[in-house]
Write a new protein. Structure first.
Length: 144
């Protein structure tokens, strides 16, 4: 009986660890994430965003910054959690631009675990059973 209880306990601990360890990589649409109602409402501070290699002429550069955010993914679809944490990362870049005196963030790209992923159309998000994360890197500038 003790052996059976021990085996059951080990099975539960092992299966829980495997569920928590999920780290699914997704590439989602930047356009879709930027067009959510929450993004339209909150990303309106006069800061422009340019992903990948699209950027206008720059007057002054204030440096490159990383925004690494996580969110609770419990009871959410991966897409829902990823769009929410993408917005959180974008808000951090917006705040940095305003604090530095910039009016745009250019060369925005995914930077999950310090691995760059450049795209004009997609961002990288990692989702698990409990957490989802997005890391973005971009350069704060003042446009001409």
């Amino acid at each position: 009986m003790r052996l059976r209880t021990l085996m059951l306990g080990l099975t539960l601990v092992t299966s829980t660890a495997l569920v928590d360890a999920r780290d699914t990589k997704h590439l989602y649409s930047i356009k879709s994430a930027m067009n959510t109602p929450a993004a339209k409402e909150k990303l309106n501070e006069g800061v422009k965003f340019y992903f990948g290699d699209k950027a206008p002429k720059v007057k002054e550069e204030y440096g490159s910054y990383v925004s690494n955010r996580k969110t609770n993914a419990f009871n959410k679809s991966d897409l829902e959690a990823c769009e929410w944490v993408f917005l959180s990362s974008m808000l951090a870049l917006q705040e940095r631009a305003l604090n530095e005196g910039g009016d745009a963030v250019i060369n925005i790209h995914s930077y999950y675990k310090k691995k760059p992923y450049h795209s004009n159309e997609k961002y990288e998000c990692h989702a698990g059973a409990v957490m989802a994360g997005v890391a973005l890197k971009g350069t704060v500038v003042k446009l001409k």
